[in-house]
Design a protein around this ligand. Structure first.
Ligand code: SAM
Length: 184
């Protein structure tokens, strides 16, 4: 069977992560990606960003329950300010666009800040590094963000980046899809 979208995203990350690498979870939420990355026990450090304090609190709790030696720094700030916090090369970055399903649905990622963050992380990516973006486009802002994202990533210089779209095109109800940006 083909991998589901979230599983495919994890696989694209695992393929390239090596001991001592640095990762970013740009939309921590309840911390599923942060926990997944920390449990690999390979990364030197994970920087996690979210603008909601409750999201970081939940994630802190979830991290404390798993067996990890990875240094996890959770940052209460927008991912658009990534360069103020991350000064080293990055191998993997995860984005889950949209709103936190269990939280305030009016707080969503937004096109401008998402694109600023992606642009900045592209500059921090090391060779073979990947940005893995799950796009939820069922809600109103989601459609605008999806279109802005697709416009932006389609124009990334093919000499520098590979850009992949992984999507089940026969699924109904705006099923999420994946964009993977890889630094050549
Ligand atoms: N991956 C998460 C999980 O495991 O639960 C789900 C993430 S949820 C779809 C999107 C998250 O992005 C929300 O928690 C929201 O607060 C956060 N967010 C929105 N704008 C942001 C920004 N500018 N910087 C960082 N996080 C942001």
């Amino acid at each position: 069977m083909l991998d589901r979208v979230l599983d495919a995203g994890k696989k694209y990350a695992i393929e390239v992560i090596e001991d001592g690498d640095i990762a970013i979870d740009a939309t921590v939420g309840n911390g599923h990606d942060t926990v997944f990355l920390s449990e690999l026990n390979k990364l030197k450090k994970i920087y996690g960003f979210d603008i909601q304090e409750t999201a970081l609190e939940t994630t802190n709790e979830n991290i404390s329950k798993v067996n990890t030696t990875t240094d996890v720094e959770l940052i209460l700030d927008g991912h658009e300010y990534v360069k103020e916090y991350v000064k080293e090369s990055v191998k993997i970055a995860f984005f889950n666009l949209g709103y936190l399903p269990s939280g305030d649905k009016t707080i969503t990622t937004l096109p401008d800040t998402t694109l600023t963050a992606i642009e900045n992380i592209c500059q921090l990516l090391e060779k073979r590094g990947r940005i893995i973006i799950t796009v939820y486009h069922g809600h109103e802002n989601g459609k605008v963000e999806r279109d802005a994202l697709l416009d932006y990533v389609s124009e990334l210089d093919q000499k520098q980046f590979n850009v992949l779209q992984y999507q089940f095109i026969n699924q109904k109800n705006n099923a999420p899809f994946l964009i993977v940006i890889e630094k050549k």
